[in-house]
Design a protein around this ligand. Structure first.
Ligand code: SAM
Length: 209
């Protein structure tokens, strides 16, 4: 099943960036800029973006942590990472790692922030719990995890696609997450805040360990 998922993302990687630009009506990255502005990091910090895909968010995060910091993007799709490599290889403060996010290859209390955009809903139910435990393990005490997800779309067609994607994590988990997303995060984090993107199409959850 994991190999099937990886193959699906590998195939998707060829047109993923164009699809995102069309779907989010965001060819200029305003949504990623808005999200990255909310990530409370400073010069020299060590940041991780899980399920980084083609690494688009890394380009914004790297500006915040400067040349002495490091932002690492992790993904299990070689196809996505290949596209990401072409976009980021000129920056010394970006690194891409091929790995399943169920096991984060970091020591405890090592990271200043962890991010995840438009990917958490695609993880299998048991992987979601595993990842949240891993994020808490690798974050320094009191440091944040920020996640961005699509809100339930207003247009009927896009709403159908949204629910298909959500239910790919398993029906029981999908229904639970829809009703109890904040409660789920509160099992792992001390404080969970929710804000909306300027377009109202995405939500950002800011979780403090
Ligand atoms: C919809 S894309 C989102 C990519 C990126 N975060 C963005 O905002 O454009 C979901 C990504 O999650 C990755 N992914 C899904 N399950 C994963 C897992 N268990 N371990 C690592 N990466 C995973 C996929 O390979 C894919 O690149």
């Amino acid at each position: 099943m994991k190999n099937f998922r990886q193959s699906y993302y590998n195939a998707f990687s060829r047109f993923y960036d164009r699809f995102v630009a069309l779907h989010s009506v965001d060819a200029h990255g305003a949504l990623r800029r808005f999200f990255s502005d909310k990530v409370p990091v400073k010069e020299s910090d060590f940041v991780l973006d899980i399920c980084t895909g083609t690494g688009s968010l890394l380009l914004y995060l790297r500006e915040k942590i400067g040349p002495k910091g490091l932002v690492v993007g992790i993904d299990f799709s070689r196809g996505m990472l290949k596209v990401g490599q072409a976009k980021t290889k000129m920056y010394v403060n970006i690194s891409l790692v091929e790995s399943d996010v169920a096991y984060l290859p970091f020591k405890p209390n090592e990271l200043d922030a962890v991010t995840c955009t438009h990917a958490f809903y695609e993880l299998k139910g048991e992987t979601q719990d595993r990842v949240l435990r891993e994020i808490v393990r690798v974050l320094k005490p009191g440091k944040p995890f920020l996640m961005m997800e699509h809100d339930v779309p207003k247009s009927a067609l896009i709403r159908v696609l949204f629910y298909i994607r959500l239910f790919s994590m398993g029906a029981k988990r999908a229904l639970y997450i829809l009703r109890h997303e904040i409660r789920t995060l509160e099992r792992y984090f001390r404080i969970v805040e929710k804000i909306s993107s300027p377009t109202g199409r995405s939500k950002i959850l800011i979780c403090w360990s």
